[in-house]
Design a protein around this ligand. Structure first.
Ligand SMILES: *Cc1c(COP(=O)(O)O)cnc(C)c1O
Length: 234
């Protein structure tokens, strides 16, 4: 039964199509154009050959949370498919900024002055900076990266006026044990009052909710690639 939905959903291409369909449905349900929502396929822990399967299924935008892993996996793929866009969705140490330049097209995890200043230094030396999103720690979780929501406006003002960084939006990872909707709404409100239109929010468990709350990028891993070994998250 090649047309059995259960069989189709059990291939990478089928799962990818199902995620795209759910994004489109959530967008339409709130009167949005589905093409306004970017699907970032999070390939962490999976090898280049699995990424090639996703590329063959038409996916071009990918996310990785570790610079080291991405540096081993993506240069070859990007050379073969120049239209691939790679997003860094994990923490960036200042001494790794040089490894990110030219590899990542978007860094979603700008979260502190020291990193902003390291990016400015790289630009002063002639580097082209990636597009930047500021990560906001909407749940104020001590173990999580991100700017405190109460300090987000001031940090964004410095990015704009002092550092002149190409910040286009915000990113958040809500607490795992809370309904995400309030966090999505908070992120959207901070973006609105700062004139930013890109919102990266929503993962495998809650991306449809995130789209209904205005996400313009969702970061989906396990719903596309399958469950990861539990050692490597966030
Ligand atoms: C791993 C990861 C994701 C994807 O998580 P899934 O639940 O597998 O979809 C999204 N965002 C960040 C920051 C991640 O580290």
């Amino acid at each position: 039964m090649p047309n059995d939905p259960a069989v189709i959903a059990d291939t990478l291409a089928g799962r990818l199509a199902a995620v795209r369909a759910a994004i489109a449905e959530a967008a339409r349900a709130t009167g949005r154009d589905p093409s306004d929502v970017i699907l970032v396929a999070v390939g962490k822990t999976y090898g280049a050959e699995v990424m090639e399967e996703a590329i063959a299924a038409g996916q071009r935008i990918f996310g990785e949370n570790r610079v080291q892993e991405a540096a081993g996996k993506w240069p070859g793929l990007k050379a073969r498919w120049p239209d691939i866009r790679l997003h860094l969705i994990g923490p960036l140490q200042t001494n790794k900024v040089k490894d990110v330049l030219g590899l990542f097209d978007v860094v979603q995890t700008l979260d502190r002055a020291g990193l902003a200043e390291a990016l400015v230094k790289a630009r002063d030396r002639g580097a082209a900076l990636p597009e930047l999103l500021v990560q906001v720690n909407t749940g104020k979780e001590p173990q999580k990266a991100g700017v405190d929501p109460a300090e987000a406006d001031a940090f964004l003002a410095r990015c704009r006026d002092e550092w002149r960084l190409p910040v286009t939006g915000l990113m958040c990872i809500p607490p795992a044990d809370e309904p995400p909707a309030l966090h999505f709404a908070l992120l959207r409100e901070i973006a609105r009052r700062n004139g930013l239109d890109r919102l990266s929010m929503g993962m495998s468990g809650d991306y449809a909710t995130a789209v209904r709350f205005g996400a313009t990028m969702v970061r989906v891993g396990s719903a596309i690639f399958g469950a990861r070994p539990s050692v490597t998250t966030g």
